[in-house]
Write a protein that binds this ligand. Sequence first.
Ligand code: 5RP
Length: 239
Amino acid sequence: MFIRHCEAYLDQNRLKKAVAKTAVTYLLSKIEASSIVGIGTGSTANFFIDELAEHKDSFYGAIASSNASEAKLAAAGIQVFDLNSISDIDLYVDGADEINPQLQLIKGGGAALTREKIVATVAKEFVCIADSSKWVHKLGRFPLPIEVIPMARSYVARELLKLGGDPVWRQGIITDNGNYIIDIHGLWPIEADGTLEKAINQITGVVTNGLFTHRTADLVFLGTEKGVTTHRYDGNTDL
Ligand code: 5RP
């Protein structure tokens, strides 16, 4: 049982490395020496940083979506900037917890959703990289992360209950912004019309939610057993 679990983990890492490599090749075809690149958070983003480090002289610097990624980038010798000193991010590369055929996402498994959503919003292009286990027909099996102001945690949880989910406080986790995370279980299926993302944002005390139904990915590289597949949404996906 343990050996099978380890094999699955190693397989997943192999797929994550493959998409990270593909994303670096794509990035090199799009950027210039003056480019600023946005870098996400998580195990897939970490593989991407490892690959990118070999090409650190091909672009100007990076914006990180978390303190952890910032430290990893700095250790690789990539200059990291404060977003307030930068007006344009040419390309943002990050992982996801779920991806639907419209390239809408659930993010925040690593508690970095707020900075991830900010960097994705500023970026001209958002490239999502993941292994094929993240591809779903409808979002919502993965518990939806919500970043909340600590004093509003109980109030926000009561309001989230009214939306039909089961909110669970991710105890022991403080975000890079000093806030708490609540994960909403049992929301499947989340409709693709964007109403839930807006409704959660309306709750006072919510900083951000992990639904990316408005700022979707522009491009997804998915690591599958048959190789890396490329996905764009042309508006015609059969829902
Ligand atoms: C962090 C995230 C990550 O992108 C997401 O959790 C995927 O992580 P991994 O690449 O480790 O599977 O949203 O907040």
